[in-house]
Design a protein around this ligand. Structure first.
Ligand SMILES: [Zn+2]
Length: 140
């Protein structure tokens, strides 16, 4: 393990509520008010950039991202899905998969921008979304 990985929160912990874990990556749910279905797909090993992965690993990672995106579209019918890979604070490969709604706190801005409205905890509130996502991801 590198020095960087020893201090990395995504190496030490799941990084959120675990929805699904595979041999190479995992899906966690982000607890962010106003954003039902906000998930991250996290590569299990400490890797900085997509181009540090071999081509088949990259394809596998994106397959998981797109499977999750499809499940969230089916379950929540969002206005849009935002995909983002930043990692400036935590340089451990992960993709943000964020269902967006016209009445979410930042729409149409990025969720990291200035808020446009207060979150509505009832908006788009799914039943047991974690269980529904877990069931769909079990097909991976
Ligand atoms: Zn790490």
């Amino acid at each position: 393990m590198t020095i960087e990985a020893m201090a990395c929160e995504l190496c030490e912990r799941d990084g959120g509520g675990l929805i699904w874990r595979g041999g190479d990556c995992r899906v966690i749910r982000v607890d962010e008010p106003g954003y039902p279905g906000y998930c991250r797909v996290i590569w299990n090993a400490h890797v900085r950039e997509m181009t540090d992965l071999a081509a088949p690993e990259r394809a596998r990672f994106m397959h998981v991202v797109f499977t999750l995106e499809a499940a969230l579209r089916e379950l929540l019918r969002p206005e849009k899905i935002n995909l983002a890979s930043l990692g400036n604070v935590t340089p451990h490969l992960h993709w943000h998969v964020i269902p967006r709604f016209r009445d979410d706190p930042h729409f149409p801005n990025p969720i990291w921008g200035a808020p446009m409205r207060q979150p509505d905890p009832q908006a788009h509130a799914p039943g047991d979304l974690a269980a529904a996502l877990s069931e769909r991801l079990s097909r991976l």
